[in-house]
Write a protein that binds this ligand. Structure first.
Ligand code: PHB
Length: 365
């Protein structure tokens, strides 16, 4: 539960924790990281992806890179999906490799919405969103950056189609041998586009009040919970993030409501990107988010070992996820344990490419 008792002083990043019957040996989590290295065509996980994740199996939990729930959900080249038989087979190999190394792995379910481009979508269709509001900036297409286009507002009667795509992907994730799933409701993608009043100006039952703006997320969770035990399901939010030109008139109020709305279902954890990924600024007190949620709180964004330890021992978080540090340090838990030097991440190889900057970061001797 979110409030630690007398034990809190003895709990740290290396303490075990459990998501239902899934025991995590530590609270050092690998954050979801887009790496654009799925095999094309088909957006299928391939052997080098299995190697990459298996190298990081020492994490308390691995959360995969965001993976589109349907061909319509894609927003970038070479991101893996969770909607075809080939993808299920590809992920099975990833999960077998992670489990063989004693690891645990959740799939992050993703729908990009307006952060896409006709070039990436079936039949060159227009991207969809809560409302027809074009984001500032550029989409990443097969031919490089192209300005975002105006998205089409989803019709009310299309909402069950979106929900069903999450339902199917959650089933596929189970078939593919994952230990659980994380619903990506952060960083300006489709679910976040519905949560925020800057991108959601609908006048149907999916817009207006916070009750309505959270409806799609709640429906998606209900669909996912048809397949998964709630303890095996997490949700990611990013209240202050401005990434992908997302805005909200009152993030603290919006996300206190979201956190409360996510309580009472027995969900495993709430994964919170604290602050603005773009500027590094962090103005909100995240206790108000943690206090509204009745499951574990996973903190993310700019943490190192010292800050992570302080957050856990101080009762501000139950787990901490590390992105760039995990990308560059496959044996991050061991390095934290021994206070070893850390490899430096190379931004030039974050997105796309081959094994270089992917599976060749050295472990301790
Ligand atoms: C990215 O591709 O840069 C990206 C993808 C998913 C996120 C954040 C960033 O949640």
């Amino acid at each position: 539960m979110s409030s630690n008792t007398e034990e809190s002083t003895s709990i740290d990043l290396f303490s075990p924790i459990a998501l239902g019957d899934l025991k995590l040996p530590n609270r050092i989590i690998m954050a979801p990281l887009t790496r654009n290295r799925a095999a094309m065509p088909g957006n299928v996980p391939q052997p080098m992806n299995a190697t990459y994740y298996a190298q990081r199996a020492g994490a308390g939990l691995i959360i995969t890179e965001a993976s589109q729930v349907s061909p319509e959900g894609i927003g970038y080249p070479a991101t893996p999906g969770m909607h075809s038989e080939e993808q299920v087979q590809g992920w099975l190999a990833v999960n077998d490799a992670v489990h063989a190394k004693g690891g645990r792995i959740f799939m992050q379910l993703w729908y990009c919405g307006r952060i896409s481009h006709p070039d990436l979508l079936p039949d060159s269709q227009q991207p969809v969103s809560a409302s027809a509001i074009r984001p500032e900036g550029d989409a990443v297409t097969y031919e490089g950056l192209k300005p975002f286009v105006e998205p089409r507002a989803l019709h009310t009667d299309e909402m069950p189609v979106i929900v069903d795509q999450y339902r199917q992907a959650a089933r596929c994730a189970r078939e593919a041998g994952f230990d659980g799933v994380e619903v990506h409701s952060a960083n300006g993608y489709l679910l976040d586009q519905f949560l925020r009043d800057g991108t959601n100006q609908r006048d149907d039952s999916y817009g207006g009040s916070l009750e309505n703006r959270t409806r799609l997320l709640r429906e998606v969770l209900s669909a996912v919970l048809e397949t998964w035990n709630p303890a095996r399901v997490g949700v990611r939010i990013s209240p202050e993030n401005s990434f992908n030109d997302i805005r909200d008139s009152d993030p603290p109020a919006t996300f206190r409501f979201v956190s409360r709305a996510l309580s009472g279902m027995g969900l495993g954890y709430l994964h919170v990107v604290e602050g603005d990924m773009m500027t590094g600024e962090r103005g909100m007190d995240y206790r108000q988010i943690r206090d509204q949620f009745d499951g574990y709180y996973m903190a993310n964004c700019g943490y190192d070992k010292a800050r992570g330890q302080a957050a856990i021992s101080g009762g501000d978080a139950d787990m901490v996820s590390f992105g760039k540090l995990y990308l560059a340090n496959p044996d991050l838990v061991q390095r934290f344990k021994t206070d070893a030097d850390l490899n430096t991440p190379d931004p030039d190889t974050f997105y796309g490419g081959d094994e270089k900057g992917y599976t060749d970061y050295p472990t301790l001797a």
